[in-house]
Design a protein around this ligand. Structure first.
Ligand SMILES: Nc1nc2c(ncn2[C@@H]2O[C@H](COP(=O)(O)OP(=O)(O)OP(=O)(O)O)[C@@H](O)[C@H]2O)c(=O)[nH]1
Ligand SMILES: [Mg+2]
Ligand SMILES: [Zn+2]
Length: 297
């Protein structure tokens, strides 16, 4: 008879996992069963092997599951998180569309979202301020800081929370995590931004959970260039637009797509300056993506 234990998934690298058992030891595990999908932050049951390794054979029900997807596959980033933290910086240049997609994914999980604006010590920081304000205007917290010099502005935000940190390569995810983890814990690897590529060389290739204190942890994820929302329904996408929620059911047509339909409450709000036109354009783009996918299936 095999011995079983329970624990928390603290590292995920392809089909290999690190699990911190309730006893305190961390062991390497594989998955038992092709149907299982596991992410950092999952509470799992492990069948212990003779060599100090284990096989994950069951996953506890999750509160949330944060992942991205394209037409072919899903990439799990973290389970049971309470908040999604996006991180951007003036260098390498960052992509606003990615930020928007994190927001929609966070909202679909009923997770809080906040944006960390890193590298405030760089001279180019002032130039990204208008873009940060656009995120603030939607009601999301934006925390400017220099992870390299002082990570304290983010401490109150992560206290008591289970967070996943997402961002393009080179934005400073691992640097920030290293500044937040308690003294003596294993540091995350930090890379040099490759100037030749104008973008960060990918330094972090696995997803790792770092305990911050007894109540809080944070997941460091590999840098991403895209964030597919192929798993979200049209309803979930629309739900992700917080500022459009008050107009739900207020258009003349029940199935209004908030395009050129007469009596559209959303377009009326755009005209009054209450809703940003680029957000409605984003909604249309994401809905079109979702429809193309539905036709394929
Ligand atoms: N000037 C400045 N540089 C920073 C700051 N934070 C991080 N960096 C630098 O940015 C580079 C990338 O940092 P990482 O922490 O490895 O970035 P990452 O987001 O983890 O990158 P991936 O693991 O590739 O996704 C490193 O050279 C850091 O030293 C900051 O606040 N200011
Ligand atoms: Mg990293
Ligand atoms: Zn409408």
């Amino acid at each position: 008879m095999s011995v079983t234990a329970t624990g928390l998934v603290t590292a995920a690298w392809r089909r290999h996992y690190g699990v911190r058992l309730d006893s305190g030891a961390t062991i390497r595990c594989v998955l038992r069963g092709r149907h299982l999908a596991v992410a950092c932050g999952d509470n799992v049951r492990v069948a212990l092997g003779a060599e100090g390794e284990g096989a994950i054979d069951a996953v506890e029900p999750r509160r949330t599951l944060f992942f991205r997807s394209d037409a072919h596959r899903e990439k799990l980033l973290a389970a049971n998180v309470t908040q999604v933290l996006g991180i951007v910086a003036p260098d390498p240049p960052y992509d606003d569309e990615l930020v928007q997609r994190w927001i929609i994914a966070a909202e679909s999980n009923d997770c809080a979202f906040a944006l960390i604006a890193n590298k405030s010590d760089l001279p180019g920081f002032a130039e990204i301020k208008p873009r940060l304000d656009a995120c603030r205007a939607l009601g999301y917290r934006v925390v400017p800081l220099s992870a390299k010099l002082d990570a304290s502005p983010v401490r109150a935000l992560v206290a008591g929370q289970r967070s996943v940190l997402v961002g393009q390569s080179g934005m400073g995810k691992s640097t920030l995590i290293n500044a937040l983890v308690p003294e003596g814990s294993v540091p995350a690897r930090v890379g040099e931004v490759s100037a030749a590529l104008g973008a960060g060389r990918h330094t972090t290739s696995e997803t790792t959970l770092y305990p911050l204190d007894a109540q809080s942890w944070m997941v460091d994820s590999p840098g991403m260039k895209a964030f597919g929302l192929a798993h979200l329904s049209a309803e979930a996408i629309a739900h992700g637009f917080v500022e459009l929620r008050p107009f739900h059911g207020k258009c003349r047509f029940r199935d209004c797509r908030h395009g050129t339909e007469p009596g559209c409450a959303v377009q009326a709000a755009v005209e009054r300056g209450k809703v940003m036109p680029w957000r409605v354009a984003l909604l249309h783009r994401l809905l079109a993506e979702s429809e193309r996918r539905a036709r394929k299936w």
